[in-house]
Design a protein around this ligand. Sequence first.
Ligand SMILES: *Cc1c(COP(=O)(O)O)cnc(C)c1O
Length: 373
Amino acid sequence: MFTNYIEVDIDKIQRNIENIKKISKNKNICAVVKANAYGLGATVIAKYIENQVSYFAVANFLEAKNLRIAGITKPIMILGFVSVEEANECVDYDIEIPIYDLSYAERINKSIVGDLKVHIALDTGHSRLGFREFEFDRIIKLKQLERLKIKGAFSHFSTADEEDKTFTQEQYEKFERIRKKLDDQFNIEIFHIANSAASIYHDLISDMDRIGIAMYGIYPSDYLRERKDIRLEQAFLLKSRVSFVKEINEGDSVSYGRAFKAKSRMKIATIPIGYADGYFRAFSNIGEVLINGKISKVCGRVCMDQIMVDVSDIDCKIEDEVILYPDIYEEANKIVTIPYELMTSFDMRLTRVYVKDGSIVHIDNYLGELYEN
Ligand SMILES: *Cc1c(COP(=O)(O)O)cnc(C)c1O
């Protein structure tokens, strides 16, 4: 019996990828599994989807190395900063890195032993990483860095999940202008720009889509969720159990700071999950959970390891299942964040249980135990 766990449905992830392929103009998928696959567990998921995708992307070197150690053989690219020392290791592990600064690229080129595959990062309006259009003369100088093998060029959208397509279109047009100039100068295999939102909502042609959130069955924004251009199946649930049930009297307070006081006699259940597990303290007095099919509200402050909820109208007992985030979009909105942040906050203390064809195929827990069948 698991107490606090994330149930991950492998079949749903696989179906989401196939459905994205059906509606996107681009047939090659780069599975974005940064931040431990948005909290769901990168190595297990990567193994199950490896034959559906062309590429994997992560945020940093250790995430990439972790995939290689786990046996992933498809190309892996890092999307964020890679130090000179890490770049050296990337050569050994055949990990690809972004290049966006000429002098740092020169330092990497000087330091590494062997060839390193790189992707030119282009800033088309997100202002995070990347060469800008007016710096084309600097991009050209990358040619002189003989150890850097330029395999790709990419950019990133800042508003592809919003109704107004104007800025995304501007970014795409800028990307296309640079692409044409790059094609004259380099022999670049893959141009890639689309994230989940762009591949669902925009008809853009490039060589590959970088899909993160949609793969896990979450729409990139409330707007795209309402549009339903694609059917995505949420591939995970965060679950816990009732640890204790009791009645309290009118005027009794609940949890730290006495931020909740009972207005009448009521029934309270305790649940052994808290902010240390990634259930934000901001849900104090406003979070909702699902117990035996009914919505129950958090009473008082979220503790480090436990919460109390109102079960006055719910039949429940110790061990009954609790689903946190009955509607992850609504819960995220309540605390002014997005599902991305709720997911990537899932702590190591939560067991990950992977289900395929209705049975458990893998379990990862705090002790690093691994059961495979
Ligand atoms: C995180 C990220 C993605 C994936 O974004 P989703 O919205 O999860 O699809 C794609 N590209 C880059 C550069 C990213 O940082």
